[in-house]
Design a protein around this ligand. Sequence first.
Ligand code: GDD
Ligand code: MN
Length: 371
Amino acid sequence: MRRWFSRHWGGAAGGTAIDLSIIVPTYNEAPNVAELVRRVTDAVQSRQTEIVFVDDSTDDTPDVIREVAETAGVSVRLIHRDEKTGGLGGAVVEGLRQAQSDLCLVMDGDLQHPPEKIPDVLERFERGDVDVVVASRYVGGGTAHGLADRTRVLVSKASTALTKAMFPVKLRDVTDPMTGFFLIDRRTVDLQTLKPRGFKILLEILARKPFRVAEVPFDFADRHAGESKASLGQGMHFVAQLTALRFGKMSLFALVGGLGAVANVFIVWALTQLGVDYLVAAIVAAEVTIIGNFLLIEHFVFQDMRGAASGVWIRFAKSFAFNNAEAVVRIPVVALMVSSGHVSAVVATAITLVVAFFVRFVFHSLVVYAP
Ligand code: GDD
Ligand code: MN
C-alpha cells in the first residue's frame, strides 16, 4: 500500500492535536474533491480537523487530492490503496485505523452527504450519551431524494426493512442502517472483528455488538459530479454480508450441506449408469459425501475453531459417526411418519432433512469442534 501525507495546513498547523477525523472513501471522484474540502472546512470551523481520503481510484483523484491539500484550510491526508481490499467498506475501516483522532466521521466523497450537517451530528454526539450518531434519510425531516430512480428507492426501503427485521434489537434505534454518513468513537469499535465487504460498513459495525445510537435527519442530495458506483455486484455483496452477519457459520454450513446433497444424487446416478447396484451406489455416494462434507467444513466453516478443538482424527471420527448414525436413523423415522398416515414420503423426507440439518449443525459446533 502506498501512502502519501500532505503538509498540515490551517487549524492543525501549530502541532495541536487533531480532535476530529473525517474519513472519506473515494473511487474516481476527482471533480468532487475540491468542493468537498471547501464545504467541510467551512462546516467544521475552529475544530482541529483532518480529512482522510482513503482512495482506490484509477483516475487522477490522488493528484487532485494532493493539489487541494496544498491550499486547504484543514489538514488533508491521502491513503492510496493499490489493492481495494473490501471495497468501500474496507476503505472506511482502513481510515478508522489510521485516523489521528478517536472521533471519526465517515462520509461519501460525492457530496450526497451535505457537509453542512456536520455541526448537527457533532452537537448530538457531544451530549455524551451515545457511541454513534447516524445521519439518517428516514428519520423525521430527512429525505432520500438523491436516490436517482424509483427502483433504487424501492430497493433501499425494502432492504432497510429486511435488515431491521433481521436485527430487531441492535437496530431498534436506527432508521437508516445503510447510510454511509455517521460519527463514531473509534474506541467503541473492535476493528479486528469487522469483515468489511461491499458498501454497508455501518451495518457491519452495528450488527456485531450493541451500541448506543442516536440519529439526526439529513437530505440525501444529488451527486455533485460523476456517477454512482453502486451495482448489482454490490447488491450481491450485501446479501452475502447480511447472511454471514446474521447466520454466520450456519449459512455456510447449509451451503456445504446443499453441495453434498447435489453430489450425492450425482454419484448415485453416475454409478447406476455404470451398472452398479442401486444399494451399493447409495452407500458409496453417502460415504463419499460424508467425507467430502467433513473436509469442506474443516476448511471453510469451522477453520477458526480447529485450534482449540481435539485432533483432526478425533474430529473426523465424531463427524463420521454422527453423519452415518443420522443417515441410518432417518430412514426408519421417515417410514414411521409415512406409515402413521399423515404425510407423504416426500414431505416426511423433507421434514427429517431440515431437522437433521439443525441437529447436525449443533452437534458439530458444540461437540466436534468443542474447545
Ligand atoms: N475507497 C473506495 N473504494 N471508495 C469507494 C469504493 C471503493 O471501492 N466504491 C465507492 N466508493 C466511494 C465513492 O467514491 C463515494 O465517495 C462513496 O464511496 C459512495 O459511493 P457512490 O458510488 O456514491 O455510491 P452510492 O451513492 O450509491 O452509495 C452511497 O449511498 C448509500 C445510500 O443509498 C454510500 O454512502 C453508501 O454507503 C450508502 O449506503
Ligand atoms: Mn453517492
